[in-house]
Ligand binder design. Structure first.
Ligand code: HEM
Length: 504
C-alpha cells in the first residue's frame, strides 16, 4: 500500500509538473497572446501583479505605465490579460452595449457578485440599472437638492466652528467630508439619516476601519474565498477572528444589510417613514412582466452596502484633494473666492444652488482638475473580450482575454495636458480637452451610477466653502503628494488645515 508520504510526493510532483507545463505554454508561440508585447515574467504568471499590488502596496499601475513606455500602446500584463493605452479605444471598451462584460476576478475585493460594482452578470446588471438609473439622474438629483444641501450646510457649519481651534492644532477636514458623503448617500439612496455630521461621528469605527482596509484592497481580491467565508459567519464570531481595527467596516456593512431585512419584514411601515423613493423600492418594483427579475436577498444586501461603499470615500477623497492643492497654491483660492463673491454677494439671503454653481467657469475648471489629478479610480477596469475577439492597436485579441484601460493614462496624457502633473485649473479654460481624455467616472454601461450625485455634492460644498473660508496647510499636516492604487488612490498622512473665515 502507498504511504501518505509517497502519495504526497507524487501529488506535489504532479502539481509542479502541471504548473511548469502551463508556464511553458503561456510563454510559447502557441499561446493566443504570444504576439502581444510585454515582459516575459508577467506573461508567465499572475504573481507579478501579486508582487506589485499586494506585497508592494498598489504599485502595479505604475509598473504598467512603465511597460507602456517600453512596449507601446498594448501590453500583455498577465498570462491572459492585456492593457491598452489608446484613448480612441476607451469608448469602444467601455461602451453602453455590454459588449465587454466586467471581469470578476479583479472586482473580488468589493465582495459583491450579485449586486453593485462587483456584479459581473451583464443581463442582470442591465435590468437593475434600468430601474435604478432614474433615481440617480440629474433631474432626481435636482429634486433632492434640498436634502443634499442640508448636509452640505451642516458640514460647512462644522468646518466653520473649528476655525478658531484649527490655528492651534490644525483641522482634519477630510473627516467632515467623509461624514457628509456617508450622510448624503444614506439619505439619498435609503431615505435614512445616519447622523454622522449631527452626532459629530468623525472618529466613528467605520472610518477607522476604512483607513485600515483601504490598503488591503488587493489582498482581499487574492483571498476572496476566505473573505466570502468570513462574510457567511455571524458578526459575533467574525468580531473574534478579525483584527479590531477593521471591525467598524464589518459592523457598518452588517447594518446596511440589516436595513434590507427590516425593510422586507414590514415594507409598508418602512415606506411610511421614507421621504422619497428609495433604492430598495425600485429594486423590488421592477416590471416582472417585462422580464425583470426581483433581486435575491443577498443581491439586495450587496446593493445596500454597495452604494454606501461606492458613494462615500471616493467623493470625500476628491474634495480633500482639491483643498490640499489649493492650500499649496493660494492664488487658486483667491480666484475661486472672487468668482463666488460676484455670483453670491450674500449667500445667507441668496442661497448657493447647484444650477447656479455649475455655471461658474473657474469653479467648474477647479473641480475638473480635482477629479483629474489623481483620478478617483486611477487603475485598470478590466473587461472580458467577447467571443469574436477584437482588434486594437493593430493587434487581434482573442475572445475571453481580459482587457483593461486606466484613467491615469488618459488623464495624464502629455499630448493633451501640458505639464500633466501640475494642478492647473486654467487648462480647462484655455485648452481644448477631448472628452475621452477625462474619464473620472468611467464610461458606458458600467460607468459610475452616482456621478450626477457626486457632481452635485462637490459643486455645492466647494461653492459654500470657498465662498466662506480660505484654508492653509497647518504645520501638523502630514499628507504627502504621492499615492498608491487601492482601486481608489491611497495617500499617506493626514491633511490638517487652518480654517480662515472670509472677511476676517
Ligand atoms: C468623485 C466621486 C466618484 C468617482 C471618482 C467615482 C468613480 C467611479 C468609477 C470610475 C466607476 C466605474 C468602476 C468600474 O468600471 O469598475 C464607478 C462605479 C460606481 N459608482 Fe462611482 N464614483 C464617485 C462617486 C459615486 C457616488 C457618489 C456614488 C453613489 C451613488 C457612486 C456609485 C457608484 C456605483 C453604484 C458604481 C457601480 C456602477 C455599476 O457597476 O453599474 N459613485 N464610480
Amino acid at each position: 500500500m502507498l504511504s501518505i508520504f509517497t502519495v504526497s510526493y507524487y501529488a506535489a510532483g504532479g502539481w509542479i509538473g502541471f504548473w511548469a507545463l502551463r508556464v511553458l505554454y503561456r510563454l510559447s508561440p502557441f499561446h493566443p497572446l504570444a504576439k502581444v508585447p510585454g515582459p516575459r515574467l508577467a506573461a508567465a504568471t499572475q504573481l507579478v501583479e501579486f508582487y506589485y499590488n499586494v506585497l508592494n502596496d498598489g504599485q502595479f499601475i505604475f509598473k504598467t505605465i512603465e511597460w507602456h513606455e517600453k512596449y507601446g500602446p498594448i501590453v500583455r500584463i498577465g498570462p491572459n490579460e492585456v492593457h491598452v493605452n489608446d484613448p480612441s479605444f476607451y469608448n469602444v471598451l467601455y461602451s453602453k452595449d455590454y459588449r465587454f462584460p466586467k471581469s470578476q476576478g479583479h472586482y473580488r475585493f468589493a465582495q459583491q457578485t450579485e449586486g453593485g460594482l462587483g456584479n459581473c452578470n451583464s443581463r442582470v446588471h442591465k435590468s437593475r440599472r434600468a430601474v435604478l438609473d432614474p433615481l440617480f439622474s440629474t433631474q432626481s438629483v435636482l429634486k433632492l437638492e434640498p436634502r443634499i444641501r442640508k448636509y452640505v450646510d451642516l458640514a460647512t457649519t462644522r468646518i466653520g466652528r473649528n476655525a478658531e481651534n484649527s490655528e492651534k492644532e490644525g483641522f482634519e477636514i477630510n473627516s467632515v467630508f467623509r461624514c457628509m458623503t456617508v450622510d448624503i448617500i444614506s439619505e439619498y439612496a435609503y431615505s435614512e439619516a445616519i447622523g454622522m455630521l449631527e452626532n459629530e461621528r468623525e472618529n466613528d469605527p467605520f472610518f477607522v476601519g476604512m483607513d485600515n482596509l483601504i490598503g488591503l484592497t488587493w489582498l482581499y481580491s487574492w483571498t476572496w474565498r476566505f473573505q466570502d467565508l468570513l462574510r457567511a459567519l455571524p458578526f459575533s464570531l467574525v468580531s473574534k477572528i478579525m483584527p479590531e481595527d477593521v471591525l467598524g467596516v464589518v459592523a457598518f456593512q452588517q447594518q446596511a444589510e440589516d436595513r434590507v431585512v427590516s425593510f422586507l419584514a414590514d415594507t409598508e411601515k418602512a415606506k411610511a417613514k421614507f421621504t422619497h423613493t428609495t433604492v430598495f423600492e425600485v429594486l423590488l418594483n421592477g416590471n416582472q412582466e417585462k422580464g425583470y427579475e426581483v433581486p435575491s436577498l443577498n443581491a439586495l444586501k450587496e446593493e445596500a452596502w454597495g452604494f454606501l461603499a461606492a458613494g462615500s470615500e471616493t467623493t470625500a477623497a476628491a474634495l480633500s484633494n482639491g483643498i490640499y492643492e489649493a492650500c499649496k497654491e493660494p492664488s487658486l483660492q483667491q480666484k475661486l473666492y472672487e468668482e463666488l463673491l460676484a455670483e453670491f454677494p450674500d449667500p445667507d439671503s441668496d442661497p448657493i444652488t447647484y444650477k447656479r454653481a455649475v455655471q461658474l467657469p473657474y469653479l467648474t475648471a477647479f473641480i475638473k482638475e480635482t477629479l483629474r489629478t489623481p483620478p478617483g479610480v486611477p487603475g485598470r477596469l478590466p473587461r472580458v473580450v467577447p467571443k469574436e475577439g477584437v482588434t486594437v492597436c493593430g493587434q487581434f485579441i482573442p475572445g475571453d482575454t481580459i482587457i483593461g484601460m486606466s484613467s491615469i493614462l488618459q488623464q495624464f496624457d502629455p499630448n493633451v495636458y501640458k505639464n500633466p502633473s501640475k494642478f492647473d485649473p486654467d487648462r480647462w479654460i484655455h485648452d481644448k480637452i477631448p472628452e475621452q481624455s477625462f474619464v473620472p467616472f468611467g464610461k458606458g454601461s458600467r460607468g459610475c451610477q452616482g456621478m450626477n450625485l457626486a457632481w452635485a455634492e462637490i459643486y455645492l460644498i466647494y461653492a459654500n466653502l470657498w465662498r466662506k473660508y480660505s484654508f492653509k496647510l497647518h504645520e501638523n499636516s502630514t499628507l504627502v503628494d504621492g499615492w498608491t492604487d487601492q482601486f481608489i488612490p491611497k495617500r499617506q498622512g493626514k491633511l490638517k488645515v487652518v480654517v480662515i473665515p472670509r472677511g476676517k
